[in-house]
Write a protein that binds this ligand. Structure first.
Ligand code: T5A
Ligand code: NA
Length: 210
């Protein structure tokens, strides 16, 4: 059986990294081979350019940084497909949904959601995208903004709007939305249910990786 592609998305401080780690551990303890990834992958030369940009150490034109984020996924695409074909499940912390939404949130006159989507076309499509939904007020209780580029209220509000636009678009079936405002254990329980349902559906219906 092929591996599955499971992605986590959500606003800053929704709990993506925490829940990603918990899911990876849980699947491994059930005997699954799992690779844990995150985007941006700051370890590659392109990822280092992205890191400098997010930390405010370099400037990039809006389309340029968008294409760098996309290229950072494309440089991993072949190995993602190969691992999944070989039976390894891949759990990813942020993917092209973040890519589209954060770029479109800048209100650049050309770079809307539709423009943003094009360079991402053909990347392995997730079997499920688990969207961790949290109100900005609850997220704020988890600590203030850090120093990175997009960590400000105006940007986060736009990002939230655009995520909900994406979730009612033609790609809406990619998403399972989970209330991320509960305790770590409550959220984890819901994540596990959604993940197992997606895994079992792929196996039962023999769905190919898209
Ligand atoms: N970006 C990204 C783009 O513009 N384009 C792209 O293509 C991509 C991929 C960096 C930035 O890049 C942008 C988006 C981002 O602005 P990042 O490195 O993934 O992306 O962002 P991070 O800042 O690392 O991650 P987040 O801040 O978004 O946090 P998480 O992962 O959602 O949250 P997590 O798990 O680290 O938890 C945050 C805090 O809350 C607590 C945790 O213990 C932690 O302290 N917490 C809870 N507390 C109470 N109850 C719960 N249920 C909790 N869950 C977590
Ligand atoms: Na994170």
């Amino acid at each position: 059986m092929r591996g599955k592609l499971i992605v986590f998305e959500g606003l800053d401080r929704a709990g993506k990294s925490t829940q990603c780690e918990r899911l990876v551990e849980s699947l491994r303890s059930e005997g699954h081979r799992v690779r844990h990834m995150r985007f941006p992958d700051r370890s590659t030369p392109i990822g280092q350019m992205i890191n400098d940009y997010l930390k405010g150490q370099s400037e990039q034109e809006d389309h340029v940084i968008h294409l760098l984020f996309s290229a950072n996924r494309w440089e991993a695409a072949t190995s993602i497909r190969a691992d999944i074909e070989a039976g390894t499940t891949i759990v990813i912390d942020r993917y092209y949904y973040s890519g589209c939404v954060y770029s479109a949130a800048k209100n650049n006159p050309i770079l809307n959601l539709e423009w943003a989507r094009h360079p991402e076309e053909g990347l392995p499509r997730p079997d499920i995208c688990i969207f961790l939904d949290i109100s900005p007020a609850d997220a704020a209780k988890r600590g203030g903004f850090g120093g990175e580029k997009y960590e400000n209220q105006q940007m986060q509000d736009r990002v939230r709007q655009l995520f909900s636009q994406l979730q009612s678009s033609s790609e809406k079936d990619d998403f399972a939305t989970i209330d991320a405002g509960g305790s770590l254990d409550e959220v984890q329980l819901n994540v596990l249910q959604v993940a197992w349902r997606a895994i079992e559906r792929v196996d039962a219906e023999g769905l190919p990786l898209r």
